[in-house]
Design a protein around this ligand. Structure first.
Ligand code: CA
Length: 241
């Protein structure tokens, strides 16, 4: 875990310094961008493993920075949101953030989230979330019009690459590795967000909705990731047009 680079996008130097201090203490290598306008550039230069992104930034706000980052990376993004900005939470998840911490936050809580995200992201890169423990994980899963490559972390829909957030990828991977089985919303939440997240199952709904926009012919009438009313969701292996 030590040595991983983490980008902090935060316009308030005191907060950035505090986060830097805590990250360093845990052996991480922090880098800092003080504005949204320079965040993407810094990301490209530093290639961090994770981004901590303030929502309220001058010039370009955190939501816009997140949108831009998502065009080029699946790395975990944790939002620093302000109390009372309830919409930002939902919107943040909708545009591809993986988690959020509300200001004022405790540095140890932020650190726990950072570690949890890195752990999950690492598990994914190793392609090791087998649906059934006895199965060795398949490296590439192919379905009609959909291909999931666990080695490169790439998803293709109709042979075109789709950009997914780390959480969206995990969600798709979990569903696709359990085809034609109902997974309850709680199971999905536990598996992907887990014990160290204090969100709720609505988060699952938001991510399913985003995922459908990317891997369904008609997201309003899903045929691949179907809702099993009152229970959860099911990934259909053979989607007929
Ligand atoms: Ca700010």
């Amino acid at each position: 875990m030590a040595g991983e680079k983490i980008l902090i996008v935060e316009d308030e130097p005191e907060i950035a310094d505090l986060i830097k201090l805590y990250l360093k203490k845990e052996g991480f290598v922090p880098c800092w961008s003080a504005s949204g306008a320079t965040a993407v550039e810094t990301y490209r230069r530093e290639k961090p493993e994770l981004v901590i992104l303030d929502v309220l930034l001058p010039e370009l706000d955190g939501l816009e920075v997140c949108r831009q980052l998502r065009k080029e990376t699946n790395c975990p993004i944790i939002f620093l949101s302000c109390k009372g900005l309830e919409m930002d939470k939902v919107l943040g998840l909708a545009i591809g953030a993986d988690d959020y911490v509300t200001k004022p936050f405790s540095p140890s809580e932020l650190l726990a989230r950072v570690k949890a995200q890195l752990r999950r992201s690492r598990v994914l890169h190793q392609g090791s979330i087998p649906a059934k423990p006895e199965d060795s994980p398949c490296q590439v899963l192919k379905f009609p019009a959909l291909e999931i490559d666990f080695r490169s972390h790439e998803v293709k829909f109709h042979n075109k690459p789709v950009s997914l957030s780390a959480k969206e990828f995990q969600l798709l991977a979990l569903l696709a590795r359990n085809p034609n089985q109902v997974l309850t919303t709680e199971q999905i939440f536990d598996r992907i967000w887990g014990y160290d997240h204090n969100g709720d199952t609505r988060t699952v709904m938001v991510h399913i909705r985003n995922l459908r926009k990317k891997v369904e012919e008609d997201p309003s009438c899903p045929k691949r990731i179907v809702t099993v009313r009152g229970v959860g969701y099911k990934f259909i292996e053979q989607v007929t047009p």
